[in-house]
Design a protein around this ligand. Structure first.
Ligand SMILES: Cc1ncc(COP(=O)(O)O)c(C=O)c1O
Length: 389
């Protein structure tokens, strides 16, 4: 007899935690048609508006003409094209690391790093609010996982101090650089200094910082001025601010060679299409040549925070384009999200278990392609909800 699936699904519905998909017609951009209804979306991770940028599309088309559609094989067989290789070199130069290695998704990159570097019995320390892929990476690695209090280097120091370092055992710290559901930054300077003192690996997952933070858009580590020596493992995704798909790990030569030799999510999977690599190369150029995109985005963040403050909304401590509004109960988050949708704004409700109990929220994300008037429109709609149960 197989296990009954109906009752758990019904329980999710009863708890307002049932997830369903909406159907998007057309490209990623603020004005969208979702489930047949025109909306203004405030939920995309396409922070710089590159997913539908003409130069990125053109590079993708040229990539298809040069390389066809599918990569046809894994990187270690014959799927690793000149386009992939050039993108890796450009990502390494962009992030100021020795080398970079492409993965098909950020999820796979995180699993691959942990599996390649950690063994059963090693110690892995993770921020409690790390992305699900880092938590799953811990399970795959077989390491002993300890989850320290969110963004609390003091708690991490206590935990590191409690367990004596054993010979031949690795110690590894991994953290989101920008927390995906909160928008705040990890205390990376303090983590780097702890990693140095205790002789551990430090890995930063900068899925939400690459392209957005730093003078040149090279991400949270550029923003904080942290070198490869201080943060040896950097993971960045290509599907968010860079507007394409896939991910990379950047760091020292030996790290990258180790991943090539032993990361199973690198070895046993088809390479991303070369055209995606070509499109990403075009995105990278735009990220560096058009800092005004980041400038406009920063202005929108200030506008949104000031407006929300005037409405008395509870925001998180975030200076990034991720600007969640905490509403408390899951039911309330869903009601607010539904009501905004009625008014033409798409803002998803994020509920436990993705966020802690009682901290359900609307996850507003801003993009360089939003206008000030569009942000004002959202603020006005939110104003109509304040004070409602
Ligand atoms: C912090 C973080 N890490 C990793 C990922 C996974 O990246 P990908 O979508 O490329 O699998 C995401 C989001 O998807 C993320 O928010």
């Amino acid at each position: 007899m197989t296990r009954d699936l109906k009752a758990p699904l019904q329980a999710l519905r009863n708890e307002h935690r049932y997830r369903s998909r909406r159907i998007l017609e057309g490209p990623q951009q603020p004005e969208q048609v979702i489930d047949g209804r025109p909306v203004l979306a405030f939920c995309s991770n396409d922070y710089l508006g590159l997913a539908n940028h003409p130069r990125v599309i053109q590079a993708f088309r040229q990539g298809v003409e040069a390389y066809g559609v599918g990569a046809g094989a894994a990187h270690l067989v014959n799927g690793h094209t000149r386009a992939h290789h050039a993108l890796e070199d450009e990502l390494a130069a962009f992030t100021g690391r020795d080398r970079a290695l492409l993965f098909s998704t950020g999820y796979m990159a995180n699993l691959g790093v942990a599996q390649a570097l950690l063994r059963r019995g090693d110690r892995l320390f993770e921020d409690r609010l790390n992305h699900a892929s880092l938590i799953d990476a811990a399970m795959i690695s077989g390491a002993r996982l300890s989850r320290y209090h969110h963004a609390d280097a003091g708690d991490l120091a206590r935990r590191l101090g409690k367990t004596a370092r054993e010979e031949d055992r690795e110690t590894f710290i991994s953290t989101d650089a920008v927390f995906s559901m909160d928008g705040n930054l990890a205390p990376l300077e303090a983590l780097a200094s702890l990693a140095d003192t205790h002789g551990c690996w430090l890995m930063a997952d900068d899925a939400h910082g690459i392209g957005v933070l730093g003078e040149r858009g090279a991400g949270t580590l550029e923003h904080l001025g942290l070198s490869q020596d201080q943060v040896p493992i950097l993971m960045g995704t290509l599907g968010k601010a860079l507007g394409t798909s896939g991910a990379f790990v950047a760091g020292p030569e030996d790290l990258i060679e180790t991943l090539i030799q032993s990361a199973r999510t690198y070895i046993y999977t088809t390479a991303m299409p070369a055209a995606v690599a070509e499109a990403t190369r075009a995105s990278l150029r735009i990220v560096q040549q058009e800092p005004e995109r980041r400038g406009h985005l920063r202005d929108l963040v200030v506008q949104f925070r000031e407006g929300s403050g005037q409405l008395g909304l509870e925001l998180m401590e975030s200076t990034t384009p991720i600007q969640p509004i905490v509403v408390g109960a899951s039911e309330r988050a869903v009601q607010w999200s539904d009501s905004l949708l009625q008014q033409g704004f798409l803002v998803p409700a994020i509920r436990p278990p993705t966020v802690p109990q009682g901290r359900a929220r609307l996850r507003v994300t801003l993009s360089a392609t939003h206008s000030r008037a569009q942000v004002d429109g959202l603020l006005q709609a939110l104003g109509g909800l304040v004070g409602k149960p």
